[in-house]
Design a protein around this ligand. Structure first.
Ligand SMILES: Nc1ncnc2c1ncn2[C@@H]1O[C@H](COP(=O)(O)OP(=O)(O)O)[C@@H](O)[C@H]1O
Ligand SMILES: [Mg+2]
Length: 357
């Protein structure tokens, strides 16, 4: 197990700043996810932790040992870190056992110890009965578990995973999330996980670091950043959300583009605001405060994904799939907003957070 202390890490490639002032400590046994759009600097941060990249400035400590900073630079092979990348590169000419044993074999570890260690990790990743198989006899998910086992075999304190599931199909990706989480719990290992997939991050992480253009926008447990986004980028990146221009007054917010319809508001902002509403927080209700016309609805089984015309706005509503039978296009509907977020002009969240009505 290991902690990772990141102190004012900055990285530029030439004059292109890729990471700006990353500072935090990943705790021993924590599952941390670096989340953000493609190109935001996630892989660069991971490579800095691994030792494949030197930061432009700042220090990095593994378990309070300085591994990068000033004149110090400890190379990757001396950092005792396990890694799995998107292209999981298991060797096709070696069977599962030999693939997993490889990191120990090149260190001339004793045969009996190799057998014990490989058996142990194959058990953890549920591949014990596949030890003699070759990669082409395994599914994509099983091959990815081989790569995981190989990363775990030397019992590293820290595991770095860079989009390890993005080559798998949707169903497998979902089940692998839980498997990785289980492995982490079983081994107590610290995990730094990189993904651009917000549901993956939400499902697995103790803490998410949401990055945009090399800057951490917000960090915290999934519920916190979903329910209390620090700014509009965070609100928009995590989950679904629609933004509307509003005017905050005493006790209410007027939305001019919705033909002046109003939402109840208890906050202290006055004047121009941005209102953010998640589509699952709008309910069809007979006495709802918002009136509109149902334009379209897409039955997705568990939910109905609806579009409602309100003034010149199209509002998205995600309704319970059971509502399907009662939904009728071009029909007048009334809606109740059970939760909204109100942002100041500068894009940061109102101090009165979620407005539960
Ligand atoms: N070795 C490199 N040389 C120059 N630019 C790089 C190098 N590695 C990454 N970059 C740039 O740094 C930025 C962040 O890349 P990366 O960390 O791979 O993003 P992410 O993993 O979030 O998609 C990108 O603009 C990328 O082009
Ligand atoms: Mg990347």
């Amino acid at each position: 197990m290991a902690s990772v202390k990141i102190s004012h890490i900055t990285k530029s490639f030439g004059d292109n700043p890729v990471l700006k002032e990353f500072t935090d400590t990943f705790r021993d046994g924590e599952f941390v996810t670096l989340l953000g759009p493609s190109g935001c600097g996630k892989t660069t941060m991971l490579r800095i932790i691994a030792g494949f990249e030197k930061p432009t400035s700042g220090e990095l400590y593994l378990d309070d040992r300085l591994v990068s900073g000033g004149k110090t630079f400890i190379p990757p092979e001396k950092r005792a870190i396990g890694m799995v990348f998107q292209s999981y590169a298991v060797w096709p000419h070696m069977n599962v056992f030999d693939n997993v044993a490889y990191p120990l074999a090149i260190r001339h570890t004793a045969k009996s110890e190799i057998r014990n260690s490989v058996d142990r990790v194959l058990d953890i990743v549920h591949l014990k009965q596949y030890a003699e198989r070759f990669p082409n006899q395994l599914s994509g998910g099983q091959q990815q578990r081989v790569a995981l086992a190989r990363a775990l075999v030397a019992a590293p304190g820290l595991l770095l995973l860079d989009e390890p599931l993005s080559n798998l199909d949707a169903k497998l990706r979902e089940s692998m999330r839980f498997e990785i989480k289980e492995i982490q719990k079983k081994t107590g290992i610290t995990v730094v996980y990189v993904t651009h997939d917000q549901t993956e991050a939400m499902a697995m992480s103790d803490r998410i670091f949401l990055i945009n253009r090399g800057v951490v926008q917000q960090s915290g447990p999934p519920e916190d950043i979903y329910n209390r986004p620090a700014n509009q980028f965070v609100a928009d990146f995590l989950g679904k959300v629609d933004f509307f221009k509003g005017i905050a007054e005493d006790g209410r917010i007027v939305i001019p583009s919705m033909e002046g319809q109003v939402l109840p508001y208890k906050g202290s902002l006055r004047g121009n605001v941005d209102v953010a509403i998640r589509p699952e927080n709008i309910l069809f209700q007979q006495d709802g405060e918002i009136r509109g016309t149902l334009e379209a609805h897409y039955y997705l089984g568990d939910v109905d994904d609806c579009r409602v015309k309100v003034g010149s706005e199209t509002v998205r509503v995600i309704a319970d799939g059971y509502a399907h039978a009662s939904l009728d296009s071009r029909k007048e509907v009334r809606m109740h907003v059970r939760d909204m977020m109100v942002f100041k002009d500068d894009g940061t969240l109102d101090e009165i957070l979620m407005i539960r009505t």
